[in-house]
Design a binder for this molecule. Structure first.
Ligand code: C2E
Ligand code: CA
Ligand code: CA
Length: 703
């Protein structure tokens, strides 16, 4: 067991208890080393130096120092060195003076090669000298008569050897764990029991090899290097299990603890805090606008940014605190012992400061900002689950109020609790098929025939009845539910389309995509799979993309649109006129249809401004680009006329029909006569048109 505290290699500040402790351990170790060396004497030392066995043992000890067995939770390069069987064999055979000297030399060489700081090497050397010294003393006490040097343990004396091994382990562990406890400001008993079982196992295996090393080396020095084989096998098997354990508890990208690890640690810390009557703090941290970076610059850059964030967070907390990545751009910091909310806020401020320094990636500077929510056990929550939830509520408040840091305040919880419960209800709803699709007919303005249907989502809430999208789409967008949601919308809609096709209705049906859905790289695959599964030809599906999505992130959205184009589905720009989407941008997109937003359409009959001129011009341009224009929110006959006069091909709105339940659609279409059926589709549908680039001559397939 090496000193895990010094992996940062800065060393404790002079005068601190840890500094005093390390200094006194080093002094004691040095004293014992000098004393033991004196016992050896110069003549004996000279004769030992000429022994090949000693050099072979030294080599094995140095190699073993370079291959320590790290346990879960220990940083790499610190752990029980595989030199133990050899150094302990030297104590048994040659006694403490030789063992202490060899070990000190090996620790020095090993530490130097591994690049450890001087204070760490000195502490490790002292710790080994003292542990070996105690083991030697136990042997002398247990076997006062047979002890002589060199000594070979007989079968019956193995009990004494075991006692010495146990003493070595106990002293070594106490020496290291005292330092760890001081460094992490944790109770000694707590750090002592952590991973004790595994340590006993590893040390037991290594120490039990020592008498075998002695037996072998007295036969031939050549046997000693052979021990590298079983040791190598042991080292690899422990390494593998440590690796598996690490993978299960850590985030692959950043190497931070994952949610599972955080949960276990937090529960332990809460247990300890309960006994001590102290407080545990949980900070949830969410990066602001990280998604934009990810979407604009790509995932590799986003990943590197997350790694930088992880590093900065880790370096801004105290040893013993735990930084975890919960997924995406969400991190958590666990403070096992925190005085009050004010101290937790100080930590939060430090974390924000650490992130504030611009990050340079791909030649660009990024300003990172984060919103942090704080909750404390036991004042804010009695257990871990609630602690997480409350820290999340606080984080959400910090994000929406743009205050940066918020601690949990029950007064501000109402809204957020509603949001949280809406989220979990929707998650459940999606698995229980509570999502229903309604269909609003789209009508050809020149002859009143239906030319399409728009699928609109409804959620049958267990207590609140049928909810419209404005009540739940925000939750879908802001959570990880969007993928499941898109999947279900496509699945339900296309299943219905397939059913209608069998009844002779093959109108194109459009489905709406939010920005989050559109920018999901998995979307084209999902759409394609759904079409195949239901046997629906791609041209019968139209995807509607909101103008807002195209404005917010034009580049990424354009790329996504092109990828969808390749599937052969129809594409429509939704809500045209609500943002500032320019006609120049429109010209560069492979779209079939532009849907004029209700507010824009309404201006057609409004004589009080020149709005109708603007709308008219916009529609003319849409048509000139080879796209068809659809007026939305048409509620009156007058507006339907105006839309037709302006050049809109089709319209939707309550004047024709509200969104209908699926079972009412065939009836409605039937009432509209023959035109609803395949024949009318062939004449009027734009969805079968192919996109013709701007350079092509004139509009295509206008009615
Ligand atoms: P949208 O795509 O612009 O859909 C048209 C909305 O206008 C629908 O509201 C429709 O019921 C409503 N509407 C239809 N005719 C009239 C009318 O004459 N007057 C007025 N005032 N409204 C009319 P709905 O169903 O509440 O949907 C609202 C928005 O939610 C949709 O706007 C769409 O952006 C989104 N949405 C709906 N379903 C989905 C979906 O499955 N996925 C995604 N991502 N978004 C959806
Ligand atoms: Ca729409
Ligand atoms: Ca719309």
């Amino acid at each position: 067991m090496k000193d895990p505290i010094s992996t940062r290699d800065i060393g404790p500040r002079a005068g601190t208890p840890l500094w005093l402790y390390m200094a006194s351990t080093m002094l004691a170790g040095l004293g014992l080393l000098v004393f033991a060396s004196l016992e050896l004497g110069l003549a004996q030392l000279q004769s030992l130096v000429s022994e090949p066995l000693l050099w072979v043992l030294l080599c094995m000890i140095v190699l073993g120092e370079l291959r320590p067995i790290s346990m879960p939770g220990q940083p790499p390069n610190s752990g029980t060195p595989t030199s133990l069987p050899f150094s302990f064999a030297v104590v048994l055979f040659f006694g403490l003076p030789v063992a202490a000297l060899l070990q000190a030399v090996a620790t020095g060489v090993g530490g130097f090669v591994s690049g450890h700081a001087g204070h760490r090497i000195a502490f490790n050397a002292a710790q080994y000298t003292l542990s070996l010294g105690v083991a030697d003393a136990v042997l002398r006490l247990a076997l006062p008569f047979v002890m002589g040097v060199p000594w070979m343990p007989e079968g019956g004396e193995l009990v004494a050897v075991a006692l010495a091994g146990a003493a070595y382990f106990a002293v070594n562990r106490v020496l290291v764990m005292c330092a760890v406890a001081m460094h992490e400001r944790a109770p000694l008993a707590q750090v002592m029991v952590k991973g004790l079982g595994q340590q006993v196992y590893v040390n037991g295996v290594l120490l039990s090899l020592a008498p075998l090393v002695v037996t072998a080396m007295t036969h031939s020095v050549l046997y000693v290097p052979l021990f590298a084989v079983p040791l190598g096998a042991f080292y690899t098997s422990v390494l593998l299990s440590v690796k598996r354990d690490h993978q299960a508890n850590h985030d692959e990208l950043t190497g931070l603890a994952n949610r599972a690890c955080l949960t276990v640690r937090a529960r332990q810390d809460i247990g300890h805090a309960q006994q001590r009557g102290s407080r545990v703090g949980l900070l949830l941290l969410d990066l602001d606008r990280f998604k934009e970076v990810n979407d604009t610059l790509g995932h590799p850059t986003g990943d590197r940014l997350l790694q930088t964030v992880a590093q900065r967070l880790t370096h801004s907390v105290r040893p013993g605190d735990l930084v975890a990545r919960l997924g995406g751009d969400e991190f958590a910091v666990l403070l096992p012992k925190v005085r009050d909310t004010a101290s937790a806020r100080e930590v939060a401020a430090r974390l924000r400061d650490a992130l504030a320094e611009p990050v340079r990636l791909d030649g660009l500077d990024f300003d990172l900002e984060a919103s942090i929510g704080i909750a404390l056990f036991p004042c804010d929550a009695p257990d871990f689950e609630l602690l997480m939830q409350r820290a999340d509520v606080a984080m959400y408040v910090a994000k929406s109020a743009r205050t940066g840091v918020e601690s949990y305040d029950p007064g501000k919880d109402r809204n957020s609790t509603a949001r949280l419960s809406l989220f979990s209800e929707l998650r459940r709803g999606l698995t229980e098929g509570a999502l229903e699709m309604y269909y609003q007919p789209k009508v050809c303005l020149s002859d009143g025939h239906p030319v399409g249907l728009e699928a609109l989502a409804r959620w049958r809430h267990p207590t609140r009845g049928l909810l419209t999208p404005d009540e739940f789409i925000p939750v879908v967008q802001q959570s990880n539910l969007f993928r499941a949601f898109t999947g279900q919308v496509l699945d339900t809609t296309l299943a219905r389309v397939a059913e209608w096709r069998q009844g002779g209705i093959d109108l194109p049906v459009s489905v709406n995509l939010s920005m989050r859905e559109l920018l999901d790289p998995a979307l084209p695959g999902t759409v394609n799979a759904a079409l195949r599964e239901h046997g629906v030809p791609p041209e019968q599906l139209v995807l509607e993309i909101g103008e807002q999505a195209l404005i917010t992130d034009t580049q990424a959205a354009t790329a996504a649109v092109r990828a969808l184009r390749g599937l052969g589905v129809g594409l429509a720009l939704d809500d045209f006129g609500t943002g500032h989407f320019t006609l120049a941008q429109l010209a560069g997109l492979p779209l079939d249809e532009v849907k004029i937003h209700e507010s824009f359409t309404a201006r057609l009959t409004d004589d009080s401004d020149n709005g109708h001129t603007v709308v008219r011009a916009a529609i003319a341009l849409v048509r000139a680009l080879g796209m068809s224009a659809t007026a939305e929110g048409v509620q009156t006959r007058e507006l339907a006329r105006a839309a037709e006069d302006t050049g809109c091909h089709a319209a939707q709105g309550h004047y024709f029909s509200p969104a209908l339940a699926a079972r009412d659609v065939p009836g409605w279409l039937g009432g509209r006569g023959r035109g609803a059926l395949a024949g009318a589709f062939a004449r009027h549908s734009f969805a079968r048109r192919r996109f013709v680039p701007r350079s092509a001559s004139g509009p295509v397939a206008e009615p």
